[in-house]
Write a protein that binds this ligand. Structure first.
Ligand code: HEC
Ligand code: HEC
Length: 480
């Protein structure tokens, strides 16, 4: 696997020390941020309750490690600008550090849309839409309410080798210079497995560490989501460091599966315990570039003891569910398929300059960081998601300045950040833990369920999955 830019891990803070460091940071009052404001601070929306226990989701329960963050008074939970937003407004701790449609609909209903996430700035489909009445505001927030999508406005660099020829945006945000795209809120958890920051990698800088990328990302988040001024930003610098320290200390994973039972305790019948759940994940090492040497690495061993369970029709239901998760893990690790037409992968020569136009790989070719599933070095690839028409999303046509070739997508992805026509439709490889808590999937929420995700891959890479294999992969992904 080629790494476009080398990325290092978070600097020398070890996991054990990190929680202490975080506690220390949280104990430090956000002096400058609280005291030196010239802009009046609007009361932030009530922070949601911390993940103190297991939280229900579609297939069981997810949990966080540490189980209960020490307090909600740290900078991650403090108003970052004048509009009442905090990092937790969008990265809600009891919503798996993101915001999902079901919870968003409740938040809208409980506040008649006054919750700060629904601000016209980026919480509606376009700031020019009318929001005077509750029903207008609800209609204007449709993409957030139904798919958890935030409007992200990005201007391609002046040096771009393409021109945005036209934008068909159903909501009036049709600028071809400040281009509106709609993206899922990436979860601010399990960040110690990151190599590429943001869906399009735009906060990943050449030669920079992920830690430095996250500091820059948080600074930009204040500016963009909270409309803060530069002087406020300078005043909040210590808060930004503390927010990044805080988010790097969070781990989120599925803890209990309704059918298979505990994902961490010994299985019925004396079987060895699986090593799922958030506390085990917090112990998982990560090394930048790990598993890159193999196109078919064994990435997941979380359910290793369940991979070899032999079941019969008379096996207890929980054991059959464990076996299904185990078979799903094996499929993920070792089911070979041909990967073609993935820009960012198939068009990059392999070792010794060998062509990789067709590659036999596995799910782990891209999702290769051990027991986490992100890519262990910077990787942005185009699997084709943005090339499909998706109801409610814009249609954006770009023309190459050199070849005059045109491409129409719902989101140009990395191209808006790099200015390269060749990067159209490229997105990062997301981490695969805590998935069940955060539907819908892909950068645009176009896969409503993990079932949809598996169907996408089945078609995209001609997997020819049997019904059992399809169900096994879904069971495995749901248990992560
Ligand atoms: C208005 C909602 C909103 C607010 C407020 C917000 N974010 Fe985000 N955040 C997003 C969205 C949307 C993305 C993904 C955007 C993209 O990739 O283009 C994101 C991405 C991120 C990522 C990247 C994670 C990854 O896997 O690459 C981090 C880290 C992050 N946010 C931290 C923060 C911090 C820290 C704050 C407070 C300073 C904050 N966010 C405030 C919506 C928000
Ligand atoms: C060619 C690289 C590649 C391969 C191979 C690959 N993925 Fe992905 N995967 C990605 C990228 C890139 C995304 C994000 C795409 C987007 O959001 O548009 C993604 C997204 C996902 C998501 C959604 C995560 C989220 O938070 O939204 C899941 C689940 C997933 N992949 C599972 C799998 C499984 C299962 C396989 C094997 C059948 C697989 N992937 C094979 C690159 C890959």
């Amino acid at each position: 696997m080629s790494s476009v830019i080398t990325a290092d891990r978070v600097p020398a803070i070890t996991r054990g020390l990190l929680s202490l460091a975080v506690a220390a940071l949280l104990a430090t009052p956000l002096a400058a941020g609280a005291g030196s404001t010239t802009v009046p601070r609007v009361k932030q929306d009530p922070p949601s309750t911390p993940p103190a226990a297991n939280f229900p989701d579609k297939t069981g329960q997810w949990a966080n490690f540490p189980a209960a963050p020490p307090s909600q008074t740290g900078p991650f939970f403090a108003a970052l600008g004048a509009n009442g937003r905090t990092c937790a407004t969008c990265h809600a701790p009891n919503d798996a550090w993101t915001a999902t449609p079901g919870a968003l609909q409740k938040r809208f209903a409980a506040t008649n849309g006054a919750d700060a996430i629904f601000l016209g700035l980026d919480g509606t489909n376009c700031p020019t839409l009318p929001t005077a009445t509750v029903s207008q505001h609800q209609a204007a927030s449709s993409l957030l309410l139904t798919s958890g999508l935030i409007r992200v406005e990005l201007t391609p660099p002046a040096s771009a080798d393409f021109t945005v020829a036209s934008v068909s945006n159903p909501y009036g945000c049709g600028s071809t210079t400040a281009v509106s795209v709609y993206r899922r809120i990436l979860a601010t958890t399990n960040l110690s497995f990151l190599s590429t920051v943001m869906w399009d990698g735009r906060e990943t800088a050449a030669g920079s560490t992920v830690y430095a990328d996250l500091i820059r990302q948080a600074t930009d988040a204040v500016k963009n989501h909270a409309a803060a001024t530069q002087s406020e930003l300078a005043a909040d610098a210590s808060g930004i460091t503390a927010s990044v320290g805080f988010e790097l200390g969070q781990y989120t994973a599925q803890q209990v599966d309704t059918a298979a039972g505990s994902l961490t305790a010994p299985a019925p019948g004396g079987l060895v315990a699986a090593t799922g759940g958030a506390a085990n994940l917090a112990q998982q090492p990560f090394t930048a570039g790990e598993n890159n040497a193999s196109l078919t690495p064994t990435v997941f061993t979380v359910f290793k003891p369940w991979e070899s369970i032999a079941v019969t029709a008379s096996s207890p239901a929980a054991v059959r569910a464990q076996a299904s998760i185990g078979r799903g893990e094996s499929l993920f690790n070792s089911m070979p398929f041909t990967i073609t037409n993935v820009a960012g992968l198939n068009d990059v020569p392999g070792p010794n300059g060998a062509s990789r136009k067709t590659l036999v790989g596995t799910c782990g070719t891209c999702h290769n960081s051990s027991n986490a599933g992100s890519h262990s070095s910077v990787l942005l690839v185009d699997e084709g998601q943005a090339h499909r028409a998706v109801a409610g999303l814009p249609s954006i046509t770009l023309v190459s300045n050199t070849t005059k070739a045109t491409v129409t997508v719902t989101d140009p992805g990395a191209a808006l950040a790099t200015g390269k026509f060749a990067d159209i439709g490229k997105f990062k490889v997301p981490t695969l833990r805590g998935l069940a808590a955060r539907a819908p999937y892909f950068h645009d929420g176009s896969a409503r369920s993990l079932d949809d995700v598996v169907s996408f891959y089945n078609t995209r890479f001609n997997l020819n999955l049997s019904a059992t294999q399809h169900a096994d992969l879904v069971a495995f992904l749901s248990a992560l």
